[in-house]
Design a protein around this ligand. Structure first.
Ligand code: NAD
Length: 484
């Protein structure tokens, strides 16, 4: 393990480098507040240097065959799998999620390297019948150019590979800024790219405590042709507005407010099991986390009974301890946001079924822990009904009819994930078609995989990651018209 004196550097043009002004910033373990490292604190100059390196590397990289690019990604996949346990330890220490969940994320992250190693070889063009007999149309798909990426802390490794793998497969080069809470996870991923032999300048890492100047450099530098961002809707809007000045391509994976709907024909025990698993995944810090759990009036009692019984068995603590399923929140502001939403709901008449407090026993006060919480009788006036929580709070709402619940579910400016539990095939299909969300899980709490298009509609984002769609985000379409 690193000593506290070590500084993790940035990776620019194939070299590990300090920030131009030599600045660094500390990184802390959110479970106990301990400092776990120092990281280079880059600024606008460092970002520009990385953009230039990516521009230099673009010609040679995009000029390689798809087979050559594929090979690098495949090697990176193998290196990532070889380091799975080490990576999981780094992630749990820096982000806080239980070790088992970290291992799961590393597999998910590696899957993108493997999937896009394969997809690199399937960037097909087209010929189109022309209206004139002496004319031919040919369509090429070409890489957009230099990509600038910004990633969040909640899935600190997989959100990086989900962007880098398709960008490289398409022939783009990339500069990435990870979240300031989890730069060490990013450094580990870039070591994999280095060890896979990916040429200098193709992948570049700029770490910074203050994201604003880096975002400015990304959105204003003319060499950057594409911005890809995963994070909050608020920041996504800022970046999209700035990127519009140069009409840069933009992909945004933003916040969510997932409805989880349990119909009267579903098994309430089975549905409650699924709801608990997905609600408390990553301590609720997931963009696909259910934020309103709608349960049919006729089965709400057995549903809540099972839900509560499962929640009461959950243990919070360090992700390194056996049996822990609730890790810390990312920082104190996150705990305060959760506290604010719970207080507001209870003040407006919600029933606190369990939890509803910070956890401070057994040294948990050194980290950012909040008890897994269930709220009943939640109504549309409450903040939690509209705002993303990003914490371990499950608001439960009763409903009477399919039409009523569909209207309530769609009544949000978010549109990322939704879940439906029903045994009726017709109802499942009706809901799948009518829910205004990019991802719908039908009796399925994990509708995600590297091979499947992930993303939102409305204010949850633009574009898709994963699947065939994921590589298209990094490709331009070029039409050739030939007179023969
Ligand atoms: P955030 O928007 O605060 O931060 C995300 C990233 O943006 C970080 O790297 C941060 O440093 C950077 N950033 C913040 N302000 C910036 C600015 N002005 N200019 C440039 N960069 C800036 O979000 P967060 O709290 O880190 O992540 C949580 C959010 O991410 C939630 O809303 C969640 O739903 C969303 N998320 C979405 C997906 C998805 O695929 N749709 C996946 C994971 C997380």
């Amino acid at each position: 393990m690193k000593s506290h004196q070590d500084v993790s550097k940035m990776y620019i043009n194939g070299q590990w480098v300090a920030a131009k002004n030599q600045a660094t910033f500390p990184v802390y373990n959110p479970a106990n507040g301990e400092k776990i490292g120092d990281v280079a604190d880059g600024d606008r100059d460092d970002a520009q240097k990385a953009i230039h390196a990516a521009q230099e590397a673009f010609g040679p990289w995009s000029g390689r065959t798809a087979y050559a690019r594929s090979k690098y990604l495949y090697t990176a996949y193998q290196v990532m799998m070889d380091r799975k346990e080490h990576l999981a330890q780094v992630m749990t220490r820096e982000q806080g999620k239980p070790l088992k969940a970290s291992r799961g994320e590393i597999q998910y992250g590696a899957d993108f390297l493997l999937w896009y190693a394969e997809e690199a070889k399937r960037i097909y063009g087209e010929t189109i019948p022309a209206p004139r007999s002496d004319q031919r149309f040919i369509v090429l798909r070409q890489p957009v150019g230099v990509v600038a990426a910004i990633t969040p802390w909640n899935y600190p490794m997989s959100m990086i590979t989900r962007k880098v793998a398709p960008a490289l497969a398409a022939g783009c080069t990339i500069v990435l800024k990870p979240a300031e809470a989890t730069p060490l996870c990013a450094v580990e991923i870039f070591k994999i790219f280095e060890n896979a032999g990916i040429p200098g300048g193709v992948v570049n890492l700029v770490t910074a405590l203050n994201p604003v100047p880096i975002g400015e450099a990304f959105t204003t530098h003319p060499m950057v042709r594409k911005i890809t961002f995963t994070g909050s809707t608020q920041v996504g809007k800022i970046l999209a507005k700035k990127a519009a000045d140069q009409v840069k391509r933009v992909s945004l994976e933003l916040g969510g407010h997932a409805p989880f709907i349990v119909f009267e024909d579903a098994d309430p025990v089975y549905a409650a099991k699924g709801a608990v698993l997905v609600k408390f995944l990553n301590t609720g810090q997931a963009c696909i986390s259910p934020n309103r759990i709608f349960v049919h009036q006729s089965i709400i009692e057995p549903f809540i009974e099972e839900f509560k019984s499962r929640v009461s068995k959950m243990r919070a603590g360090s992700g390194f301890e056996d049996g822990v399923s609730i890790g810390p929140l990312v920082n104190d502001a996150a705990v305060q946001k959760v506290e604010g939403q719970v207080t507001d709901a209870v003040d407006q008449g919600a029933t606190l079924i369990c939890g509803g407090r910070r956890l401070t026993d057994d040294n948990l006060d050194k980290g950012f822990f909040y008890a897994p919480t269930i709220l009943g009788d939640v109504t549309p006036e409450m903040l939690i009904y509209r705002e993303e929580t990003f914490g371990p709070v499950a608001p439960i709402i009763a409903f009477d009819s399919e039409k009523e619940v569909l209207d309530m579910a769609n009544d949000t400016h978010y549109g990322l994930a939704a879940y439906v539990y029903t045994k009726s095939l017709s109802r499942a299909m009706r809901m799948f078609e009518a829910l205004r969300f990019g991802i719908v899980g039908i009796n399925d709490i994990n509708p995600t995989a590297a091979a499947a298009p992930f993303g939102g509609i409305k204010e949850s984002g633009i574009g898709r990651e994963g699947g065939r769609e994921g590589i298209a985000e990094y490709l331009e379409t070029k039409l050739g018209g030939f007179s023969v």
